[in-house]
Design a protein around this ligand. Structure first.
Ligand code: ATP
Length: 525
């Protein structure tokens, strides 16, 4: 078989060739070929790339290996066939042992793998033949055998392509287990201390690179990589990455078909959105959120400047504690409804958390918003990669700095501390040059928002940022008095709609009870 380098799946076919060669040389087991097939399927779903979740796991693994006192890399047939040289390099750089550990153990396979590792530069290969005299509790057969000088004595074990039973047994034996597994749902992935959800052919070279970079870093930096890492969160992100990728590939989110007024072409609204850049010293920009048709329809008649389909719908509409779990599908559902209702007012939508992690995702997701009638998008934080690709594709972007609900672990005022204030100010300067239409300043001190507003040429729109901004935005249910108290200090309730609704309902209840409703006026004859 000759895959050739022009074939779109050349890399994947090349890996297969290596495994088939390994199988013929007695290195890879028959079942190893099938296991690879399962891995390939997950790689396809992940977009055949190292995601940000995998990068974080790789950095945490690099720190773990650098801190380890007796690290061991456990090698099976597939790992040897695909990454022998890099495994040897990795072992040398972190001073780790290399131990052959096989599901289908036979003397000839052990030897073939040992020879391959030695030809890649390994000096001492553990776990061969009689050397594997120790036992791993909790699993049966030949797979229990481990080397007393290797895995048995290790504090950290790196297991590329492991099965669930052994991973669980290793964790039970008190080892810190780093797994490389393309399937974020496997028992291995769930049992390991750190799971790198990535193809071994990308993960091991990336791990080598991360170790090279981090090995001279101060201890606190390594500790920070570890303390900020949470494997459950990491696996959830990997699963979400699959979901996102499926959405990108199909490009057709499953939105319910709504039979209502048609969506207008959004050009005119987009034009008025672009005009906002000239409102720096003009009348204040007024922006409000909407998530449903009736509210958007009413707001549209008031002549305000922008309607925001905010991911604040997580709290204001869904009753969640924060905006973190709001998905693209949910946003698109509301975005389509609101943009159909807003006939005059430009409508922008929040790109939800994890929807703009790289160029491709940012562009595809933003285009999905345009497809449902949205005029522009809002992105939290200074994210140059996402912003640049959108701006260069002429998609209006509104920036957002200060308190960033998608990533915040606390909802408090930002910029009281000088370092934080400088960071936010620098982000404002960077955003100012990035071509965004306006910048939301959320929950920052008035002093800081004044300094930003006076320095940059892009209009600022404040929410909890004082009076000096070029515009103001509020969450409409807050302004209408529909949300539960306590609301943030900056919220001004212009009407107590909750009381009006309760009064109306009480009156209805009373009327029905007393026979006053339905009366002649509300009855058909
Ligand atoms: P578990 O027991 O952990 O639930 P499993 O029974 O599916 O999982 P195996 O069949 O022993 O595990 O091993 C195959 C695993 O290795 C699969 O989860 C697959 O995703 C993963 N895998 C296969 N090839 C690769 C690869 N090239 N890179 C990373 N992971 C891979």
């Amino acid at each position: 078989m000759n895959a050739g380098m022009v074939h779109p799946r050349a890399e994947s076919l090349h890996i297969r060739e290596k495994l088939v060669d390994g199988f013929r040389a007695g290195i890879v087991a028959e079942a190893g070929l099938m296991a690879h097939g399962r891995g390939e399927a997950f790689d396809y779903l992940l977009g055949e790339k190292t995601g940000s979740h995998a990068m974080r796991a790789i950095e945490a693994s690099a720190a773990t290996l650098l801190f380890a006192t007796r690290p061991v890399i456990s090698v099976n047939g597939n790992a040897a066939a695909l990454q022998a040289e890099n495994i040897v390099k990795l072992a040398k750089i972190v001073n780790a042992g290399i131990e052959v550990n096989l599901y289908y153990r036979s003397a000839s396979r052990e030897n073939a793998i040992k020879l391959l590792l030695e030809s890649a530069g390994a000096e001492h290969v553990l776990g061969i033949g009689e050397a594997a005299t120790a036992r791993l509790e909790g699993i049966g057969s030949e797979r229990r055998r481990i080397d007393p000088q290797g895995i048995a004595a290790a504090d950290v074990v790196l297991v590329p392509l492991e099965d669930g039973d052994r991973t669980e047994a290793l964790v039970k034996a008190g080892k810190l287990v780093i797994a490389i597994d393309l399937n974020p749902l496997s028992r291995t992935a769930r049992a390991a201390s750190i799971t790198i959800v990535d193809n071994i052919v990308r993960a091991i070279p990336a791990l080598l690179e991360a170790i090279q970079t981090l090995k001279t870093a101060p201890t606190e930096q390594l500790e920070a990589k570890l303390s900020s890492f949470d494997n459950n969160k990491n696996l959830n992100e990997a699963t979400r990455a699959i979901h996102q990728h499926l959405l990108l590939v199909t490009n057709k989110p499953t939105l319910p078909k709504i039979d209502g007024p048609p969506n207008r072409p959004s050009n005119r609204r987009a034009d008025s959105l672009n005009q906002l850049r000239h409102r720096k010293n003009g009348p204040k920009i007024i922006m409000l959120t909407a998530y449903d048709f009736q509210t958007a329809r009413i707001i549209d008649q008031t002549g305000i400047d922008i309607i925001l389909v905010g991911d604040s719908l997580g709290m204001a509409f869904q009753g969640a504690n924060n905006t973190k779990a709001v998905s693209m599908e949910q946003m698109l559902y509301h975005a389509e409804i609101v943009s159909r209702a807003a006939q005059k007012t430009p409508v922008i939508a929040d790109m939800p958390a994890h929807s703009y992690e790289n160029e491709q995702e940012a562009l595809t997701n933003a285009k999905m918003f345009l497809d449902v009638g949205i005029d522009g998008v809002k992105i939290e934080g200074y994210k140059p990669v996402a912003i640049n690709i959108l701006v260069s594709n002429k998609i209006p972007v509104i920036g957002h700095i200060g308190l960033l609900p998608q990533t915040a672990d606390r909802y408090s005022v930002r910029g009281r501390d000088t370092n934080e204030a400088n960071q936010i100010f620098n982000d404002a300067i960077a955003l100012d040059d990035s071509g965004v239409t306006a910048i939301i300043l959320e929950s920052i001190t008035e002093e800081l928002s004044k300094r930003i507003t006076e320095t940059i040429k892009t209009p600022t729109i404040g929410i909890g940022a004082g009076k000096y901004c070029d515009g103001q935005v509020l969450v409409t249910p807050d302004l209408l008095g529909l949300t539960q108290t306590p609301t943030p200090k900056y919220v001004k309730k212009y009407v107590k709609l909750d009381e009006s609704i309760q009064n109306a309902i009480s009156q209805f209840k009373l009327d029905v009870t007393q026979g006053a409703y339905p009366d002649r006026e509300h009855t058909y004859y």
